[in-house]
Design a protein around this ligand. Structure first.
Ligand code: ZN
Length: 173
């Protein structure tokens, strides 16, 4: 079973190389994405597909529940803002999010860091995808002095958006 899966990946990678040859070569030594996206790890939320973008165009950080939490996530986003100098930073939430569902269902006492973070947003309304997104938009500049500074200087704009799983449509806040 696992061998079949790996073979699928190898075959897929061959197709990728033959389809993307020129682009791969073009970006060998440089990347200049203008957009960074923090989104969920959900296999159905694929920023490059959703926005019809390709290699080198999006700097993407994915974590369950698209939480702007923890050094790994924050430092990755800071890299995009400070070194790559992305112009916009999008936090992309989505409907039917498993992490949000898990946070709704679990007891506070047995929650990990991510679910606890998501739960903190629930008191702000009924639409929990939106509540979580709003919280992450608020918390990111609080958790990153650098991003906060760059936002104030007008170097980067922080934007929230929700991907609708049913229609494929993204609504920008
Ligand atoms: Zn999700």
């Amino acid at each position: 079973m696992t061998e079949e899966l790996i073979k699928e990946l190898i075959d897929g990678n061959k197709k990728y190389i033959s389809n993307m040859k020129n682009e791969i070569v073009k970006y060998v030594s440089v990347q200049k994405p203008q957009i960074a996206i923090l989104t969920c790890s959900d296999s159905r939320v694929i920023p490059e597909f959703i926005f019809n973008k390709s290699i080198g165009e999006l700097f993407v950080v994915r974590v369950a529940g698209n939480v702007a939490l923890g050094e790994t996530v924050i430092k990755s986003l800071e890299y995009a803002v400070n070194h790559l100098k992305v112009k916009i930073l999008i936090i992309l939430g989505h409907t039917c999010c498993g992490a949000i569902k898990a946070a709704e269902e679990s007891e506070k006492s047995c929650c990990g860091e991510i679910l606890g973070e998501i739960q903190k947003s629930f008191s702000n309304g009924e639409n929990h995808s939106l509540c979580n997104l709003s919280r992450q938009l608020k918390m990111l500049p609080k958790r990153s002095e650098l991003i906060n500074k760059k936002m104030k200087e007008g170097k980067v704009k922080l934007i929230g958006a929700i991907y609708n799983m049913e229609s494929g449509k993204v609504e920008f806040l």
